[in-house]
Design a protein around this ligand. Structure first.
Ligand code: NI
Length: 184
């Protein structure tokens, strides 16, 4: 298993429409394991393939509480919202927009159709946390981020913050590489 690099906003890959998956081969199964492991490593409740640069319609979600419950990852391949109802405002975060938490409005309940690892179709009636997580992750497959729902002022402030954050990360990496060279 491997931990994958999570892309950080702004990144053009986060804005692309992901493609449907037609078959699950060994390579895809390995990828799904890596995607799931990466979500846990980064303490996320969900992760979509495009967030690690893979433009395919698959997401993993686990809303169980790590302190009191055992892991329960659900993989959604080619997820589609069939029905939606009501509205809720919940604070959201995203591994591609680290350390930013903002309230956004979502449907309260959704019925989702998707395929599992065996390409078996299933449907889930989700509400509250799971419903919001599903909507957030499906948005990723369509090139959308939760911060798109904020005012344009907030959006641009967050984007500037992320640009600075990414620069800091890159500088850190460069410093590490210099140290490595010196060691040799
Ligand atoms: Ni996200």
């Amino acid at each position: 298993m491997a931990i994958l690099d999570v892309l950080i906003h702004p990144n053009p890959k986060l804005r692309k429409i992901s493609k449907k998956i037609n078959k699950i081969d060994d390579e895809m199964l390995q990828f799904l394991d890596n995607l799931t492991e990466t979500m846990y490593e980064k303490d996320g409740v969900g992760l979509a393939a495009p967030q690690v640069g893979v433009l395919k319609r698959v997401v993993v979600i686990d809303i169980s509480d790590p302190e009191t419950e055992s892991r329960n990852p659900i993989i959604f391949i080619n997820p589609e919202i069939l029905k939606s109802a009501g509205s809720v405002i919940i604070e959201e975060g995203c591994l591609s927009v680290p350390k930013i938490y903002e309230e956004v409005e979502r449907f309260e309940k959704v019925t989702v159709k998707a395929y599992d690892k065996n390409m078996k179709e299933f449907t889930i009636d989700a509400n509250e946390m799971l419903s919001v997580a599903i909507q957030h992750e499906i948005d990723h497959l369509n090139g959308k981020l939760f911060i798109d729902k904020l005012s344009s002022l907030k959006y641009s402030r967050i984007t500037q913050k992320m640009i600075k954050y990414k620069k800091k990360l890159e500088d850190k990496k460069k410093k590490k590489n210099v140290k490595k060279k010196k060691r040799r």
